[in-house]
Design a protein around this ligand. Structure first.
Ligand code: GDP
Ligand code: MN
Length: 390
């Protein structure tokens, strides 16, 4: 789960990371008021969306008067901002962050990620900040420093100093870097984060370290024990298909194809997606309905898959171990009638109570396409698509 820049800055400042003074605004007038309230002569006005690359997309501007702050806020608020990361539809800007502008001497990159190979938090830093990490990796890979943190010890001061020296920091900046690194590390660890990124972390003209941007992402599987993080969720920034699925407790990931998938078990779901591609089709989603799916849960899965307007055929693939094919079949029939299905539905059932399940499908009299094997099901789904579908 992602959060906004202003929320990440608020959290990280609480752990001791220096950030500029700023305020949130939901209207142009409020933005101008924030600038007056903050004082100073120059302000950074920043669109708050769950995405990086806002600067190059026109979502960040340095303004020199409160009239300019108000006007720039007016161009952002209520509109969608498309960045390199969001893709064409962009994301709605419903708030801007107004901050006292910081005079920059140097821009650094600082990231905290989970390194799956070592099963540890890894710090990635570069003296070439201000541009996206992917770009740094392309244009200046030699500038990247990586450091793995031993969870039993935590981030040791000597490690933090080593990183500071590697970035060319000196004097009092070294201690400031130790403080900044420790703040990010503790926030990451204590709040079950998946990612903390400060880009840029700047050296000001006065020689101090300040975080000008902050991004945090959290482990959704740990949200149950982090209510204060959960409270920061902004549904308006999420893919509506995935937000809806999460509300219904379904593991759903939206994709670009047109074959809607309703499957039990993550492994079977992955295998089915592979088989669809092998048959010449593209899945519209990953969806795992889980074990012990009641008919109502199956209906909910159909509704979720159908929130995607690109879906032109639905493929149900169930291997029932804990599940029961008769329950799934009941759910399929119920869903078909309730949603007023207009597109082809392919069903492959296997495992517990498969005969009962197939009997329910037959008895329904609905034009369901049935299949016995995974390969047959995928082939039928691809063949059942309307001719004009890609
Ligand atoms: P992003 O493009 O979404 O990553 O948004 P950032 O918050 O990183 O802002 C983009 C760029 O705007 C930064 O890399 C800075 O170069 C610049 N910027 C942001 N705030 C300030 C500021 O207070 N002063 C100055 N001089 N530049 C800023
Ligand atoms: Mn940034």
């Amino acid at each position: 789960m992602d959060i906004h820049e202003h929320q990440a800055k608020d959290i990280l400042a609480g752990f001791g990371l220096p950030v500029p003074q700023g305020g949130l605004a939901f209207s142009p007038e409020q933005a101008a008021f924030r600038a007056q309230e903050l004082g100073g002569e120059m302000w950074a006005v920043k669109a708050q969306i769950h995405s990086g690359g806002r600067g190059e997309a026109g979502g960040v501007k340095l303004c020199r008067s409160d009239a300019e702050v108000r006007d720039f806020a007016a161009t952002l608020l209520g509109k969608r901002l498309a960045t390199r990361q969001t893709g064409a539809p962009g994301k709605l800007v419903d708030r801007v962050w107004v901050e006292r502008a910081t005079p920059i001497a140097r821009e650094l990159y600082l990231g905290f990620v989970l390194d799956r190979k070592t099963e540890r938090i890894m710090i990635v830093a570069s003296a070439a900040g201000g541009i996206e990490i992917e770009e740094i990796a392309q244009t200046d890979p030699a500038s990247l420093r990586r450091m793995v943190v031993d969870p039993a010890v935590g981030l040791a001061a000597y490690q933090a100093r080593e990183l500071a020296f590697a970035l060319g920091l000196g004097g009092g900046q070294v201690q400031q870097m130790v403080t900044a690194l420790r703040a990010c590390y503790r926030a990451y660890r204590d709040l079950d984060a998946m990612m903390v990124e400060i880009n840029p972390l700047v050296v000001t003209e006065d020689g101090d370290l300040v975080a000008l941007d902050a991004k945090m992402s959290f482990d959704t599987n740990a949200l149950f024990r982090r209510p204060q993080v959960q409270a920061l969720r902004d549904r308006a920034q999420e893919d509506p298909r995935e937000a809806n699925a999460a509300d219904n407790g379904l593991a759903y990931v939206g994709l670009d194809g047109d074959i809607g998938c309703i499957i039990n078990g993550a492994g079977l779901a992955m295998a089915t997606m592979d088989m669809i591609q092998l048959s010449g089709g593209q899945p519209a989603n990953f969806l795992d309905i889980g074990g012990g799916a009641s008919p109502d849960r199956v209906v909910q899965a159909f509704r979720t898959v159908l929130t995607d307007p690109n879906v032109s055929v639905i493929l149900v693939n169930i291997f029932a171990g804990i599940n029961r094919c008769d329950w799934v079949a009941e759910g399929v029939v119920k869903a078909y009638r309730e949603v007023g299905m207009t597109i082809p539905v392919v069903v492959r059932l296997s495992g517990t109570n498969v005969a009962e399940g197939q009997a329910i499908l037959r008895a329904s009299g609905l034009p369901l396409i049935t299949a016995d094997t995974l390969a047959e099901a995928a082939g039928s789904a691809v063949a059942a698509r309307p001719k004009d579908a890609a």
